[in-house]
Design a protein around this ligand. Structure first.
Ligand SMILES: *Cc1c(COP(=O)(O)O)cnc(C)c1O
Length: 420
């Protein structure tokens, strides 16, 4: 059976044939690829083809697929029992490791996904401040909990409008939405509503509208503005955490968030999420404090084993310089080819994260990203797929270079890109 046949079969029993919408290829058209196995930078498909993977399971696989030490840690943990719903030593060790690698975090609570981490972070911020409202940025994705599935409404100073059916307006009324990189808009909202706002939540480097970096002063401005009005600052580092160094972006940039959410890399490919902060803030969580949060599989020993080994390898091997060099080689190559051929695009890149934006002008927020040529992105996606390269099947996503990629992989990508 090939991908097309599997997809037909799945569509009868799974809505849209997928367990997460972007996998349906609606952004690029065509039939989704069924993956069979992966090793390092390469995956094998149900079509009998081999692809060099630049999606990396949307971010967790910074060490590449099925890294031997991680697989070994997982099998050893699994053999000892899949779940206990009771405490295990490895949870304490893992929390110690996370807290030591992120000095801003005294305590960490483990959950099973990034969505759950952010949901908990927002509840915690509300519990700590006794306030209801939050401010988020257009184009930042924080998982699919009700009040974060929100797009900006017509007026900045009114609550947002949900971007999903089935979300209660009372949930999104609590949420202000500002354009990313627009500190003046934030200051305006906080000036009028600052005493009602529990938290400002942001992806410090945005990765869910393509790669958009914070402009100088933006995050510093958020830190100052939230401190001024008594709101907490939440850095959602589900993508950023351990991406550019063996710590958070917050630690690397010297900007201290009150609450940090983690996911993706910290699970090494297994389902995990985490909320971290100071002892004072984290003590509001049950059972120490009144903010409830729980999970049958929270701190699952198999997931924690994968995360533990992944963070240890990142700490000990620090592949970040290598990844940055490969990422830059890729982006520079794309930009050079685009210039030579007069293509209307540019490639944004930071470390292993990259996004070819199909317009020349820089992208500093969601409106800019939406102004890109999505048809041209779809052509690029299928061209690269036909040549053996898997990139995210949407123009609003970040692609990833991992520690398992080689210079030869990058050069092969560029050779194929040159034929676009
Ligand atoms: C992926 C992501 C999430 C959601 O994580 P899930 O594990 O998919 O629930 C939240 N925030 C950011 C910034 C993400 O990139």
């Amino acid at each position: 059976m090939n991908s097309e046949q599997w997809f037909d079969r799945a569509k009868a029993v799974i809505p849209g044939g997928v367990n997460s919408p972007v996998r349906a290829f609606n952004g690029v058209g065509g039939t989704p690829v069924y993956f069979k196995s992966g090793k390092g930078a390469k995956v094998q498909t149900e079509d009998g083809t081999e692809l060099i993977d630049f999606c990396g399971s949307w971010g967790p696989l910074i060490l590449g697929h099925a890294r031997e030490e991680v697989v070994e840690a997982v099998s050893n943990a699994a053999a000892d029992g899949l779940s206990f719903g009771a405490n295990t030593a490895v949870e304490a060790e893992f929390a110690e490791l996370v807290c030591s690698l992120i000095p801003e975090i005294d305590m960490v609570r483990l959950v099973s996904s990034g969505t759950e981490a952010v949901m908990t972070a927002v509840r915690l911020a509300r519990g700590v401040t006794g306030r209801r409202k939050i401010l988020k940025f257009d184009g930042c994705y924080h998982g699919h909990s009700d009040y974060l599935l929100v797009a900006s409404g017509s007026g900045l100073l009114t609550g947002g409008i949900s971007s999903s059916a089935g979300v209660s307006p009372s949930a999104t009324e609590e949420v202000f939405v500002a354009p990313y990189n627009d500190l003046a808009a934030v200051q305006e909202i906080l000036k009028a509503n600052g005493d009602e706002i529990a938290a400002v939540i942001v992806e410090p480097v945005a990765g869910n509208m393509g790669l958009v970096e914070p402009e100088p002063g933006f995050l510093e401005g958020l830190r100052a503005a939230t401190a001024d009005c008594g709101a907490l600052l939440i850095f959602d580092e589900v993508i950023n955490g351990f991406r550019l160094g063996p710590t958070t972006y917050g630690h690397m940039s010297g900007i201290k968030a009150d609450i940090t959410t983690l996911g993706k890399i910290i699970g090494g490919g297994m389902p995990i999420g985490a909320i971290g902060g100071s002892t004072e803030i984290m003590s509001h969580l049950a059972p120490l404090g009144p903010v409830y949060q729980a999970g049958t599989l929270s701190g699952n020993p198999v997931a924690v084993a994968a995360g533990m080994k992944t963070l240890e390898l990142l700490r000990d091997e620090s592949p970040y310089l290598k990844i940055e060099i490969l990422g830059k080689r890729l982006a520079d190559g794309i930009n050079r080819i685009a210039a030579t051929k007069g293509l209307d695009l540019h490639c944004a890149q930071r470390g292993g994260m990259f996004t070819p934006f199909f317009r020349k002008a820089p992208v500093r927020n969601l409106d800019d990203s939406k102004a890109c040529d999505q048809k041209a992105h779809a052509r690029y996606f299928h061209h690269m797929l036909d040549h053996g390269f898997y990139t995210p099947p949407s123009g609003y996503e970040v692609a990833f270079v991992s520690a398992a990629h080689t210079e030869a992989d990058i050069d092969a990508f560029l050779e194929a890109f040159g034929k676009l």
